[in-house]
Every structure is written in C-alpha cells, then in structure tokens.
Design a protein around this ligand. Structure first.
Ligand SMILES: [Zn+2]
Length: 355
C-alpha cells in the first residue's frame, strides 16, 4: 500500500491529523502506522532514525547546547463507530483525533519541516500508551535504550486544549482493613462486626481535608477517596473483615514514600496495604527551554491533575509538560473530535518556539 503521508499531507498539520486518524492503530496494532511514520522520517536527510518494536525515534544532531523531546503515542483506544475521520465545519471527528493524533501530527510535521531547530530535538512516536505499562513504548525504551531519552526538557503532546499542563499528580491505591470476630448473627454479642468497625475509616475519609499545593504558579488539588468496599460472609454471620480501597491523588511535592506514610497516618490503627502507586512529576518550568516554551504559548500554565507519561521523564530528572490541541474531556469518547483552529494555533506556537 502507498504511504498516505505524502509530502502535501506532511506540509499541513490539519491534513496530517486526518491522515493519521485514518491509519487504524488500536493499541498493540501499531505496525502499519509506525511503518508509515518511519518511512517519512527516514526520507528527511537532517534526521537520524531508530526503531524499537513499533516505537520510532528521530533526532537532530546539530551540536546545540540544549536538547528537547517532543513525544506522542501512536495508539488509540478501540474504535467506537468513529472511524475513519470525518470533517464537520471546523471539527475533525474520529477515534484518536484528540488523544492524540493531532499532537502526533505536530511532532511529525515539525520533524520534517524544521531542519535547523534552535534546540536539538528528539522526536518519539511510541506504541501502546493506552494499555498496561508493560507494553508502553517509552517504558520499553527506558529499559532497552535509556540513552535515547536523554534531554533537558520534554513536551508530551497529549490533549490539553492548547494550554500548558505542567507536571502531574502522583497516584496510589491502598486497602484499609477493619477486622472483627465472626459469630452467628443470632448471638451477635459473641462476635465483633468488622463492617461496623469500617465506619471509622469512612468517617476519617469524610472529615479529610485534601491539600491544595501551589508549585511554580500551578495549583495541584489533592484527593483521598474510597473507590471500593468489600465485606460480608453470609446473611446470618457477623463479618470478621471489611476492606475499604482508597485512592490518593497527591501533589508532586510529595514522593511516593511520603504519600504512603501520609495514608498510613490517616488510617492509624488500621492495617493499610499499598497495592499500587506511581510518583507524580514536578512542573519543572524553570529550565530555559521550558521558559521559552511558555513565552511562545503566551498563557499561564495550569497543573496536570491526571497521571501521564511526563512522570517517566521526571523520573529521569527531565522536566516535562503536556501541550496538545485536543480537548482532554473528549479523549476516549465516541464523539471524540479536535478543532482545526486549535491545530493551526498549536502548530504555529511550536514553530515559533523551535525555529
Ligand atoms: Zn493519550
């Protein structure tokens, strides 16, 4: 099949967005789109190109004093009656328009059309962001070729509706256990009811006052919530165990270990088992390329409240932020779309910054 990413398409970020949407690339089925992307990058003489699985990396080597990363994932969530792309007025509809082929189009367009950027640039077009992290292209690169990730600053082109979303919050889940002693409910005084004991866990959650943490002008709002509750043995048994699963979203001024300690402190007197956690990422807006990026965008940054792959860069000591044209509220939705005007504005911003 002929590569749909023709020179005309590559020259226009809007046409490129549409062409990328029309190459089906549900997670773990990115070979075709990665082949197309690799081919157009290899045709650009100013780039050196490597591939690992279905992740393609291209970079300039101009000897600049700073190196920046532009990264976008090639995969989408499963198609939901929204393929191929359609255009209605100023909107492109289709699976992956917002999350995040419009962002991928920025990076791909810049990669071939800015041969002498002000910073050296490493472009990543990576696989499997929407599924378990064992498949995540950036995660695989961090294991196999960590030197590919070296940079002074990274921009992840996830949907942010054209504003800078800096850093990201950390997340952890823990199971809080209330225990008791089983008994027949006809002689309940012989037992201790663990579901009743869990009332104290719920009261602490209800009374909990989450922190609001300003960092580099961004406001991170924390949250501690029960997300699941389990307990009960049978209709005539006083239960001996009740488990409340809580999710703590924490500002990036706290490390994972500090977040764990905080949750244990909140539920002092109960058994607390941490089942899952990921560290946040500080906004890192003081690095010189980041300051120039903010100047090019010309709008104040806001805090990223979800967890994104910026944390992978932060873990390597590389400041990173999110910037993309799509509306994050539309990601993964059947009516997912992106505004053509936002694509043009964002592409112009990145051009100003890089050239
Ligand atoms: Zn995404």
């Amino acid at each position: 099949m002929a590569n749909p990413l023709t020179p005309d398409v590559m020259a226009d970020p809007v046409a490129l967005t549409r062409a990328l949407v029309d190459i089906e690339s549900v997670s773990l089925q990115e070979k075709e789109i990665a082949d197309c992307v690799e081919e157009v990058l290899r045709a650009a003489p100013h780039l050196s190109v490597w591939r690992h699985g279905n992740t393609v990396m291209a970079r300039t080597d101009l000897g600049r004093s700073q190196r920046v990363v532009l990264a976008g994932h090639l995969d989408t969530v499963p198609i939901n009656d929204n393929f191929p792309a359609t255009i209605q007025g100023d909107l492109i509809y289709g699976c992956g328009t917002s999350d995040m082929k419009a962002g991928v189009a920025f990076a791909l367009h810049l990669a071939v059309s800015v041969p002498e950027p002000r910073f050296d640039v490493t472009y990543f077009f990576y696989e499997a962001e929407e599924v378990d992290s064992q498949y995540n292209g950036l995660n695989l690169i961090a294991g196999a070729h960590p030197e590919w990730l070296a940079a002074d600053f990274a921009v992840l082109l996830e949907p942010t509706y054209g504003v800078v979303e800096a850093g990201c919050q950390g997340t952890m889940r823990a199971v809080v256990r209330a225990t008791g002693r089983r008994a027949h409910s006809a002689r309940s005084w012989r037992g201790v009811n663990a579901i009743h004991a869990a009332g104290e866990v719920l009261r602490r959650l209800e009374a909990y006052e989450p922190r609001t943490v300003p960092i580099d002008g961004c406001t991170y709002r924390e949250g501690l919530n029960a997300v699941r509750i389990r307990g009960g043995v049978a209709g005539n048994v006083v239960p001996d165990l009740c488990e409340v699963e809580v999710n703590y979203r924490f500002a990036p001024d706290r490390s994972e270990a500090e977040a764990h300690a905080h949750v244990r402190e909140v539920f002092a007197g109960f058994e607390v088992e941490v089942v899952d956690s990921s560290s946040g990422a500080l906004p890192g807006l003081t690095a010189p390329p980041a300051r120039e990026f903010l100047a090019a965008v010309g709008e104040a940054p806001v805090a990223k409240l979800g967890w994104t792959d910026v944390a992978r860069f932060a873990a390597l000591g590389i400041p990173a932020l999110n910037f993309g044209p799509g509306d994050p509220n539309l990601a993964h939705a059947p009516d997912e779309h992106v505004e053509i005007g936002k694509i043009r504005d964002g592409a112009a911003t990145l051009h100003r910054w890089l050239s």
